[in-house]
Write a protein that binds this ligand. Structure first.
Ligand code: AMP
Length: 501
């Protein structure tokens, strides 16, 4: 009955006939079977259709992470709609931009924010869903019975995800049924997910990592998830002995390492720890192996491309790299419109069935970043080793140009992070009257402590003068967003006046 809907049909295949098998364990809240999940999704689809959602209509959603929110995602796609999840941290003025831009047919928000959301929802139908999975949408869904899943083809849109927008306005990345299905299938097989897996799901579901990588891969495999509302070291460690896999951002791993209960015995049933969405420090990789016996598998992707590269399941998981282009995905490193030789740094471009359909209502932006022949210009600086491993060295816009010379922050950060008494660092470019930009290192000391002079002194013998920080600042912590990405734009703003007269 799902046969005509490209994505839903594939999300359902592994669990068909296994209606009573457990999809989600909800710590302290029982279990949800595959049958119940898809029945719930059909009722959500029927509720949306009753509110006028037609194929191609956007459904904007800013709600807590619940099973009903997953049903809403599936239900939107079943109804032929385009799922548009929004970070729960966005304020009303921010949400107003997304609603104005995407003109959704329906908006679903937390009941506590119903009034402020109504003010910005325009002509959209407003529905609610709370952190317990209750609200007007749930009530309407519970009153429905059965739904004829709407036919959708590979090229039809399934979702629009707004990019985190670290510069300029946030752009809506249009993802088709084919983009999502092809990537989930590839990842399931590359990472060997089966219906014997139990995945600890502690990521937010408004972002590509938790929504597509974690949720879709589990559904494609017919695997179970331990469904946690958010990161909780205690709950993850509790779940580990009965789980087989964890998908996390690097901060998951650094925080779990701080807990003395993490050891080999606790991780003995686990087969796979995956990290992505931000760079995993080599140090974290090594500490994790020493403590658990597992080498974290790091992969790389972005909202626009789903996942593009991954370290191998078997074979060397090389710390500090993001592995190989996934099967069916091509990657190349470009400088001045030509591909650079192995080992040289340039801008990474990727091509494949994973690459999005363009930016919603921004044809010029799309044309700037997506070449007509399908190559997407990621904006990440990278190098490709002779043996095929890709290393990401940072965002192009984070590149520091000082006195006309390029400085790749990661090179300097890597050296600083290796110094005794340093936990981590971020290297940024700050306006400078002589050099245009000056290299500034923002450093978080470790337990033993360090000083700005010690950091600067240690680097002087190791780096060309122009790469050495003109100033070292010590801070307690680096600013990060929910996905663990260091907010370099915020740092640049904080220190913008440092060298002005
Ligand atoms: P987003 O669209 O929010 O998923 O952000 C995508 C960006 O995160 C990429 O363009 C990279 O800059 C960064 N990113 C994702 N995974 C990794 C990784 N494993 N290592 C380094 N950067 C990463």
């Amino acid at each position: 009955m799902y046969g005509q809907n490209h994505l839903i049909q594939q999300l359902r295949t592994s669990s068909l006939g296994r209606e009573d098998a457990v999809f989600a364990q909800i710590p302290g809240g029982g279990t949800v079977s595959f049958g119940a999940l898809f029945a719930g999704a059909e009722r959500m689809a029927a509720a949306l259709a009753a509110k006028g959602v037609q194929p191609g209509d956007r459904v904007a959603v800013q709600v807590a992470k619940t099973i009903q929110a997953i049903e809403l995602y599936l239900g939107t796609v079943m109804a032929g709609g385009v799922f548009l999840p929004l970070n729960t941290a966005y304020t009303a003025p921010e949400v107003a931009y997304f609603i104005g831009d995407a003109t959704p047919r329906a908006v679903v928000c937390d009941p506590a924010r119903e009034d402020e959301t109504r003010d910005i929802s325009g002509a959209a139908e407003l529905l609610t869903l709370d952190a317990a999975g209750q609200g007007s949408l749930r009530d309407l869904a519970d009153a429905q019975s059965g739904f004829e899943v709407v036919a959708r083809a590979e090229a039809d849109l399934a979702a629009i995800l707004y990019t985190s927008g670290t510069t300029g306005r946030s752009k809506g990345a249009m993802l088709s049924h084919g983009n999502l299905a092809s990537n989930s299938l590839t990842l399931r097989d590359y990472w060997r997910f089966t219906d014997a897996d139990v995945l600890i799901h502690a990521l937010p579901i408004f972002h590509t990592h938790g929504l597509f990588v974690a949720t879709n891969v589990a559904l494609f495999a017919g695997a179970q998830v331990v469904f946690l509302p958010g990161f909780d070291a205690e709950a993850i460690l509790d779940a580990m002995p009965r789980a087989t896999a964890l998908m996390g951002v690097p901060t998951f791993y650094t925080r779990l390492l701080q807990d003395t209960r993490l050891d080999r015995a606790r991780a003995a049933n686990m087969r796979l720890f995956i990290s992505g969405s931000a760079p995993l420090l080599v140090d974290t990789h090594e500490q994790w192996e020493a403590r658990t016996g597992h080498r974290i598998l790091e992969r790389y992707g972005m909202t626009e491309t789903n996942m593009s590269t991954s370290n191998p399941y078997e074979g060397e998981r090389r710390a500090g790299t993001v592995g190989f282009p996934l099967p069916g995905v091509e990657a190349r490193v470009m400088k001045d419109s030509t591909e650079v030789p192995a080992g040289e740094i340039g801008v990474l471009e990727v091509r494949g069935p994973n690459v999005f359909q363009g930016y919603w209502k921004m044809p010029e932006k799309t044309a700037e970043e997506l070449r007509p022949v399908g190559w997407f210009i990621t904006g990440d600086m990278a190098k490709l080793d002779g043996d095929g491993y890709v290393t990401i060295v940072g965002r192009e816009k984070d590149l520091v140009i000082t006195g006309g010379f390029n400085v790749y922050p990661k090179e300097v950060e890597g050296l600083i992070d290796d110094l005794p008494g340093v936990l981590e660092s971020a290297v940024i470019g700050v306006p400078h009257p002589d050099f245009g930009e000056a290299v500034v290192a923002v450093v978080v000391p470790g337990a033993e402590g360090t000083s700005a002079d010690a950091v600067a002194g240690a680097l002087s013998g190791q780096l060309a003068k122009f790469k050495q920080p003109k100033h070292v600042v010590l801070v307690d912590a680096l600013p990060r967003n929910t996905m663990g990405k260091v907010q370099k734009k915020a740092l640049r703003e904080d220190y913008a006046g440092m060298f002005s007269a």
